[in-house]
Design a protein around this ligand. Structure first.
Ligand code: ADP
Ligand code: GLC
Length: 510
């Protein structure tokens, strides 16, 4: 249940979330899940929350009761730009939508064309999004509602922070959340003139990044506070290993950077009320999980083997996710009695490699190349273990879904994975689950097939000890993974951002 305590920023603090995606309308990854669940959790905690989204077809088609707030006219190369105010289906939160047909009304991914190339006008598309946010913050777009806080998510929304800094009278404070530092929004230097920002912003202390323009830097340099999606990733991104070239910039903001762990949307991810799975279950009545397991084997074409350890992967197939480790360790693990149920889409080489593994091990390896929310629930409910062996992972949501569904997460000890999964050593497993604290899954360190394989071997060993397995599973299922805690943590961060802004608005000196 969400607490009713008022936000640290005071009752009715006006918060504008700016993002490029929101589940279930537009989703390429966990960002969409966060943008769908954090705002309603903050609204329940007493904040006055709205969203600002680009007018992508799936968004325009789905929002309800849309009306025009302001006709902006021509800008960023689009002839006709309007700001609409509507309601999000489901949460019914107010949502501003930037309707710019020339820039946003096109099919496919929000970021790429059907060939996987970045849209060539992404600079204009996402500069416009930030520019509209800054106008809302400056009280010259919607006189009936002016945000106290603009919360920009990832590089797509980061320009809001620069445009706000360029307009000194703006009262609102800005918070920038890094969901993934690897995607930075880099553009050619010569496109600078398209942004309509003061030329002083085009310097190394502004947006300039090794001769290019960096939207990510707009957020990192000009937001009043910077956050990322786990405490551990907040520490990692200040190092050359995880900083993607921006660790120096992040160290420069050290006192303003923090990490707040993501939650999960329990209305969507909860085995006790999940309509997508074969049988409902919870920590006290876990029997339904067995039915989900049997249905999963049938659905994926895995052999009906009661004793196998079913390991699932539900993931973007990209180098970030470390799935080459899974592929390399797979033959030995199949021999050891593991069944693999993999669902993902992404890099063609990884898709092909998983398809080949499926052909090589029929009945033991099953692969679904594609994106399917319902099947994701079925895999996560039916498997014994969910593997997330990422090279880096800002937070990760699927290991949290695994905890919720009694599917033990097996993760590499990086980023948010290290913050959310406590390793269970079979020799030292606490066989009595009392509460949520303690061992909840499996973790390994080295990004090598051998380390991954050894970790799965430990899972196999634990599976042979049913009471110990059950204790680990029950501890994970008992954890509070809801958005209530993180929603309050962000509200406290907003208060700090307002105080920081009142002390000294961010300019180029910072
Ligand atoms: P990232 O955002 O880096 O991809 P997260 O773990 O934060 O990683 O979030 C991934 C989200 O995308 C989860 O909600 C996961 O269930 C979902 N997902 C990833 N791949 C697929 C797929 N092929 N089908 C359905 N859902 C998927
Ligand atoms: C990014 C990260 C992922 C995180 C998600 C939501 O896509 O890769 O780790 O969980 O954002 O914050």
């Amino acid at each position: 249940m969400l607490p009713t305590k008022m936000p640290a920023g005071g009752p009715g603090l006006k918060v504008l979330h700016v993002a490029a995606e929101v589940y279930p309308l537009v989703k390429t990854g966990g960002l969409a899940d966060v943008v769908a669940a954090l705002p309603p959790a903050q609204a329940l905690a007493g904040a006055d929350v709205r969203l600002l989204l680009p007018g992508l077809p799936a968004i325009l088609d789905a929002v309800q009761s849309a009306r025009t707030v302001i006709d902006i006219g021509a800008c960023f190369g689009a002839l006709r730009v309007r700001l609409l105010l509507a309601r999000l289906p489901g949460s019914q939160l107010p949502v501003y939508v930037v309707d710019a047909p020339h820039l946003y009304r096109r099919p496919g991914s929000p970021y790429q064309d059907s060939q996987g190339a970045e849209w060539t006008d992404n600079l204009q598309r996402f500069a416009l999004l930030g520019w509209v946010a800054a106008h809302l913050a400056a009280d010259d777009a919607d006189p009936s509602w002016v945000p106290d806080i603009v919360h920009a998510h990832d590089w797509h929304a980061a320009m809001a922070c620069a445009y706000m800094a360029d307009h000194a009278p703006t009262q609102a404070a800005s918070v920038f959340t890094v969901h993934n530092l690897a995607f930075q929004g880099l553009f050619p230097h010569h496109d600078w003139a398209l942004l309509g920002l003061g030329s002083r912003f085009m310097s190394p202390s502004g947006l300039e990044f090794h001769g290019q323009l960096s939207f990510m830097k707009a957020g990192l340099k000009f937001a009043d506070k910077v956050s990322t999606v786990s405490p551990n990733y907040a520490v990692e991104i200040a190092t050359p290993e995880f900083g993607c070239g921006l660790d120096g910039v992040i160290r420069g903001r050290a006192s303003d950077v923090s990490g707040i762990l993501n939650g999960i949307d329990e209305a969507v991810w909860s085995p006790a009320q999940d309509a997508a799975i074969a049988a409902r279950y919870d920590a006290d009545r876990p029997d339904g999980k067995r039915a989900c397991r049997t249905v999963l084997q049938k659905m994926m074409g895995l052999a009906p083997d009661e004793s196998a350890l079913i390991l699932t992967v539900v993931s973007r197939l990209t180098s970030q996710k470390g799935l080459d480790l899974v592929l390399a360790a797979l033959p030995a693990l199949v021999r050891a009695g593991v069944q693999f149920a993999v669902q993902g889409t992404g890099e063609p080489a990884l898709e092909t490699a998983f398809r080949m593994a499926e052909q090589a091990y029929p009945g033991r390896v099953a692969v679904y190349i594609g994106y399917d929310e319902t099947r994701a629930h079925q895999l996560i409910a039916g498997a014994d273990v969910i593997a997330v062996p990422s090279r880096f992972e800002p937070c990760g949501l699927t290991q949290l879904y695994g905890l919720r569904y009694g599917t033990l997460p097996l993760v590499r000890r990086v980023g948010g994975l290290a913050d959310t999964v406590q390793d269970a050593q079979p020799a030292a497993v606490d066989r009595v689950a009392s509460g949520a604290a303690g061992q909840t899954g499996f973790a390994f360190d080295a990004a090598t097939p051998a380390a991954f394989e050894a970790c799965v071997q430990r899972a196999l060993a634990l599976k042979a000890d049913a009471p110990a397995w059950r204790a680990v599973m029950q501890r994970g299922m008992a954890q509070d993974l809801s958005w209530a805690g993180p929603a309050h943590a962000y509200l406290a961060l907003y208060q700090q951002a307002l105080e920081a802004r009142a002390r000294s608005p961010r300019g180029l000196a910072g």
